[in-house]
Design a protein around this ligand. Structure first.
Ligand code: CA
Ligand code: CA
Ligand code: CA
Length: 316
């Protein structure tokens, strides 16, 4: 006897990934959120809130904040019970949080598989901490992984430990990426430089990799003085044992003690014309003399033939 089997779609437990635990940003400044949700064989046409099986709920969004796309337009579908914004998969691509009030709160993010039969399956809820600061205020990260986005007005941005993503915005910023695996822009997030003199500063004990995405030769500066803590007149020959400058995959790479700084968009010859033919001490010496690199705030450079005296104020 023939029988007909009708397979009705069924909700499966979705998986959810939220990159980095904290968002720290300035008022009115869109901060990217990296949220990914997936479910096995999602049904594309479903009778539910959003019309498709898989969606992600963001709870805890204050009235002053919105979820926007890269063009700044509000996205998502309001949901009641629980009160949340529901986002479908393509809305998670290029998703930003923007708030026009200072404050702090936690967003709770949850992926939902909902085929419309009342038997939903949900992922674990992942909290995302948000701190919105006023303008012209320093931004401080946490020891954990952070997304820190300034509008350019934050004088100093300290990311701390963890794998941090930092963007200074259009304006002069001092950025301390800290230990960890960091991606940093001196200017706007995903931009190519802001024309302002950003200083990327490293501290004693920093270890890991910092990839600068928009280093501007002749404009931006790398400050290793606190990392190296040089307490005497230095020679580039000796210092080249601690700081090596070379190129990896077309990117200038500065290895300073346990910290690797990659200028992701800048080949060595762009940063330092003729640099490929120089020995390590000559590269170091040239970058310091040209003002790209600071290795000591207090002491001069004893080059092969030249002694660079410290400024008079420091000759006590
Ligand atoms: Ca951090
Ligand atoms: Ca900047
Ligand atoms: Ca810059």
């Amino acid at each position: 006897m023939d029988s007909t089997i009708i397979i009705a779609p069924k909700s499966d437990k979705p998986s959810l990934q939220v990159d980095r635990k904290n968002i720290i940003t300035t008022t009115e400044t869109p901060a990217p959120l990296f949220i990914q949700a997936s479910v096995i064989n999602p049904a594309v046409t479903v009778s539910n809130l959003v019309g498709t099986e898989l969606y992600t709920l963001v709870q805890g969004l204050p009235d002053t904040a919105s979820l926007v796309n890269s063009g700044g337009t509000s996205i998502g579908t309001p949901s009641t019970g629980p009160s949340a914004v529901a986002l479908v998969s393509n809305e998670l691509q290029g998703l930003y949080l923007k708030d026009h009030h200072a404050g702090s709160y936690t967003l709770n993010v949850e992926a939902v598989s909902d085929v419309g039969d009342g038997d939903n399956q949900s992922s674990a809820v992942i909290p995302l901490n948000v701190v919105i600061m006023g303008k012209e205020t320093d931004l401080n990260g946490t020891p954990d992984s952070d997304i820190i986005i300034s509008d350019g007005t934050a004088p100093k941005i300290t990311a701390g430990n963890g794998d941090d993503l930092v963007a200074g915005g259009t304006g002069e910023n001092r950025i301390l990426p800290g230990s960890g695996s960091n991606r940093v822009w001196g200017g706007e997030y995903s931009g190519s430089g802001d024309g302002h003199r950003d200083t990327f500063a490293f501290e004693a004990g920093d270890t890991g990799t910092t990839s600068i995405q928009d280093f501007e030769p002749g404009v931006d500066v790398i400050d290793l003085s606190k990392l190296l803590n040089i307490d005497n007149v230095w020679s580039s020959g000796d210092l080249a044992n601690q700081v090596n400058i070379d190129e990896m995959d077309g990117k200038t790479r500065i290895t300073a003690l346990s910290e690797i700084i990659s200028l992701d968009t800048i080949p060595l010859e762009t940063l330092l014309p003729g640099g490929n033919a120089m020995d390590p001490a000559e590269r170091l010496s040239s970058l310091v003399e040209q003002g790209h690199l600071i290795v000591s705030q207090q002491f001069g450079h004893e080059g092969k033939d030249t002694l660079y005296a410290p400024p008079a104020a420091e000759l006590k």
